[in-house]
Design a protein around this ligand. Structure first.
Ligand SMILES: NC(=O)c1ccc[n+]([C@@H]2O[C@H](COP(=O)([O-])OP(=O)(O)OC[C@H]3O[C@@H](n4cnc5c(N)ncnc54)[C@H](OP(=O)(O)O)[C@@H]3O)[C@@H](O)[C@H]2O)c1
Length: 299
């Protein structure tokens, strides 16, 4: 049997963990994981500690594994810290991708790179693949730069834009659902913005979308977002309803009340039509995804 050699970069991250779990069970895939920490959060996987900003680390990864596909889920993802740590975040989000392109391209690997709706200004979303980016934060600018590196190189590549990831990642920082459930269960009041609108993306849907891109050998730009467009406040209400929690603890605010260092795209979200048409992508409803999460996570 010919096996696809798939390497997950950023395998300890929220998305990376879930991709590893998905591919671990498949016989026709040889899997290789790498991330920043000394050890893999997921056991029984071939793992290499790597800093993608260092050429020697990326070179070592390529020499050791010689992948057919590299899925890059590594990034500097703290949007506010990207404002105060511009140099480091650029190094991870842009130089790191340059390194993956340089050494991945040398062995003819296909690079699948995860990007974001933060490449847009959020004035007129939701966005299709044909809309013109206009990032308003350092994070968004660095992610757009990373996309441009792929587009301006000859490497086989696919850019996947997604937004507001949630799902049952078992290690690392809690996702939005876990944070809401944890806070409301502990009777803590939470303040949630009413003016950020997007389509939150269930991790397993994104993983399915990525696996279809590989199965159908798709290149170019694809949006892979959630099934429903709604405000963060309404998303929180749906979570509270599903888990039967006290909704009076959810207080309305607007983004400007938070005085965050990085501006957020407000009217955003990603139109999935291309993925639906070309890949048969069909994301779960919010309640369907919460059911899956509730079966897997201990809150
Ligand atoms: N989360 C969202 O809502 C969201 C929305 C839209 C797009 N995205 C994109 O989706 C992708 C995955 O996001 P995520 O939420 O899974 O991110 P995450 O949980 O922050 O995971 C990123 C992983 O990359 C690792 N990493 C950071 N710097 C590295 C380096 N120099 N070398 C190697 N590994 C490094 C991180 O390690 P440390 O934790 O030790 O730093 C972490 O394991 C990213 O490209 C992100 O931009 C995410």
């Amino acid at each position: 049997m010919i096996k696809n050699r798939i390497c997950i970069v950023g395998s300890n991250g929220m998305l990376g963990q879930r991709i590893i779990e998905f591919y671990s069970g498949l016989k026709n895939v040889e899997l290789f994981a790498c991330s920043f920490e000394n050890e893999s959060f997921i056991s029984d996987v071939n793992y290499l500690q790597i800093d993608i900003t260092l050429q020697k680390d990326v070179q070592k990864l390529i020499h050791q594994f010689y992948p057919d596909y590299i899925i890059n889920a590594a990034a500097f993802t703290n949007v506010d810290k990207c404002e105060s740590e511009k140099e480091l975040s650029w190094k991870v989000n842009v130089t790191g991708v340059e390194n993956l392109v340089k050494y991945g391209g040398a062995c003819d690997a296909h690079l699948i790179h995860i990007s974001t709706d933060y490449v847009f200004d959020g004035k007129n979303g939701p966005y299709s693949e044909n809309d013109k980016p206009n990032p308003i934060s350092s994070y968004g600018r660095s992610k757009l730069a990373s996309e441009n590196i792929l587009l301006s190189n000859k490497i086989k590549s696919t850019i996947v834009r997604t937004n507001v990831l949630y799902g049952p990642a078992k290690h690392g920082r809690p996702d939005f659902v876990k944070w809401v459930v944890g806070s409301l269960s502990a009777n803590k009041e939470i303040k949630i913005v009413t003016d950020q609108i997007n389509n939150p993306t269930f991790l397993d849907d994104l993983v399915q979308g990525i696996s279809k891109l590989i199965e159908f050998d798709k290149k170019g730009l694809y949006n892979i977002g959630g099934a429903e467009f709604l405000s963060r406040y309404d998303f929180t209400q749906r979570i509270a309803d599903y888990f039967n929690l006290d909704k009076s603890l959810i207080k309305k605010i607007v983004t400007s009340d938070l005085n965050q260092p990085a501006p957020r795209p407000l009217k955003s979200g990603l139109i999935n039509l291309k993925a639906e048409t070309e890949l048969g992508y069909k994301p779960h409803s919010i309640e369907e995804s919460l059911l899956i999460i509730s079966k897997e996570l201990i809150f």
